[in-house]
Design a protein around this ligand. Structure first.
Ligand code: ADP
Ligand code: ZN
Length: 437
């Protein structure tokens, strides 16, 4: 029999019990944090001298936020709260936006993380007997190794393929009959675009599920992956500062991502005023990790934009859900004074069936004006030498984009497979305006 929950008691406990557990674990984390000079100074400055000074969950709001810059300043050992000889692993962020940040884990910390990744895999219906091809990069980046241990613990057969080498990925997928894959959504689409070239058809595979994450993607991208491969795709969210994958994960209901609240304390704040926002309102996600001794991080400003989905999920899990990540606070483009999120552009173009599996956004300066250029690949059957057809499609894309973002971009159509692809996180936006964003 396949279990619905990995840990029924924790996953379905009532809110009162969950909050009691959160407070207990928050106190333990504060006690650990006080062992580091960085947090000792911070916490003392707001009157927290020991974990006992945290009497109830609202007391958490007294703690100053931690930023990415704080973590960079603490590089390399400033936030290590355990004895060095008790630490068994380190990880670093991918450094998408600057100097990487480092975290450490003891064996107990790793076990806690593994437990969460197993829980996440169970929540999307994975089980013993599944063949799990992990196409996320293994290494300092947490994406690959993070799910690896959870999948093994669940009893899945793990193929630690790591990223890249598309030809080999397809061969592994066929020969070992992979049922579940883990990849970035952009790589899933790229993989599909290469099937024919390497001589495969979908009937060569036994694939049932894709776990996709590590980069922002719209609901339209998820649906495209599902439709092209004929599988279910689930959203997986995490960041190295909070261990990595399995901070939040969709369940089989596909109705937002459960943020595992027994392990992370979440707040959504207005990114300018830093005031807490009510459920349903989009703001910056702030997280405290409650299950790690070696690197406690309190009230971390993730810079990721999301909202808490009101109400409980029909799967019965108590952990509240967050909506799809809209992007990072610094992703917003200002084009001739108009605010545009790359995710808005993606939603529009990926809704159009003629649009292929890859796209890119360029921003340039032309004289005093900004020019927005949207480059998209079109499906193999759509690309045609007939300039009239292509111009009509271009016009439809421009019209749809104007209706959503209020400005008219230049649209360039490309043959499938010509726009650049990354092995790791997709680089969707190239802003050539220098500091004038
Ligand atoms: P870096 O900040 O250097 O990219 P990480 O490798 O730790 O470091 O990546 C974490 C970040 O990746 C998150 O803060 C978020 O911006 C992005 N991310 C991860 N998973 C998702 C997801 N499912 N949807 C959108 N963005 C995601
Ligand atoms: Zn659910």
């Amino acid at each position: 029999m396949i279990d619905l929950y990995q840990d029924t008691e924790i996953e379905t406990m009532d809110r009162e019990a969950l909050e009691a557990l959160q407070l207990l674990r928050y106190k333990r984390t504060v006690a650990n944090a006080l062992k580091t000079p960085f947090y000792k100074k911070r916490l003392n400055s707001v009157g927290i001298k020991s974990a006992k000074d945290l009497k109830s969950l609202p007391d958490i709001k007294k703690i100053p936020f931690t930023t990415k810059e704080d973590l960079r300043e603490a590089y390399p050992f400033g936030l290590m709260a355990s004895k060095k000889e008790d630490v068994v692993r380190m990880h670093a962020s991918s450094g998408t936006t600057g100097t990487p940040t480092v975290i450490y884990q003891t064996q107990e910390d790793l076990d806690n993380w593994t437990n969460l990744t197993t829980r996440s895999l169970v929540s999307v219906g994975c089980h013993k007997g599944d063949i799990f091809q992990n196409m996320m990069t293994y290494g300092l980046f947490t994406g690959g190794i993070g799910l690896h241990y959870g999948a093994e613990k669940l009893g899945m057969l793990v193929i630690p393929a790591s990223s890249g080498n598309t030809k080999r990925q397809l061969q592994l997928m066929k020969d070992f009959e992979s049922t579940v894959v883990h990849a970035t959504p952009s790589y899933m689409l790229y993989l599909y675009s290469k099937l024919e070239e390497y001589g495969y058809t979908l009937s060569d595979f036994k694939l049932k599920k894709a776990l996709v994450g590590a980069e922002p993607h719209s609901e339209e991208i998820r649906q495209k992956i599902e439709k092209l491969f004929g599988i279910d795709a689930y959203n997986s969210y995490g960041l190295s500062e909070m261990n990595g994958p399995s901070v939040a994960f969709e369940c089989e209901k596909k109705a937002g991502m459960h943020l595992w609240e027994d392990s992370y304390y979440m707040e959504i704040v207005d990114e300018d005023t830093l005031k807490e926002l009510p459920d349903g309102k989009t703001g910056e996600l702030v997280l405290s990790i409650l299950i790690r001794n070696a690197t406690p991080i309190l009230r971390y400003r993730t810079r990721d934009l999301t909202s808490i989905i009101p109400g409980q999920c029909s799967c019965g899990r108590i952990s509240r859900r967050i909506s799809r990540i809209k992007g990072r606070t610094d992703d917003m483009l200002i084009i001739n004074g108009v605010n545009v999120f790359p995710s808005q552009i993606e939603e529009v173009i990926m809704k159009m069936p003629e649009v292929g599996t890859n796209y890119r956004i360029l921003v340039k300066k032309e004289g005093l004006l900004d020019r927005l250029i949207v480059q998209t690949e079109v499906g193999p059957s759509i690309f045609s030498d007939d300039a009239r057809d292509m111009n009509a499609l271009k016009k439809r894309i421009i019209d749809n984009l104007r209706a959503s973002i209020t400005i008219s971009p230049t649209v360039e159509l490309h043959e499938p497979g010509v726009l650049p692809v990354q092995e790791g996180k997709a680089i969707r936006v190239v802003d050539e305006r220098g500091g004038s964003k």
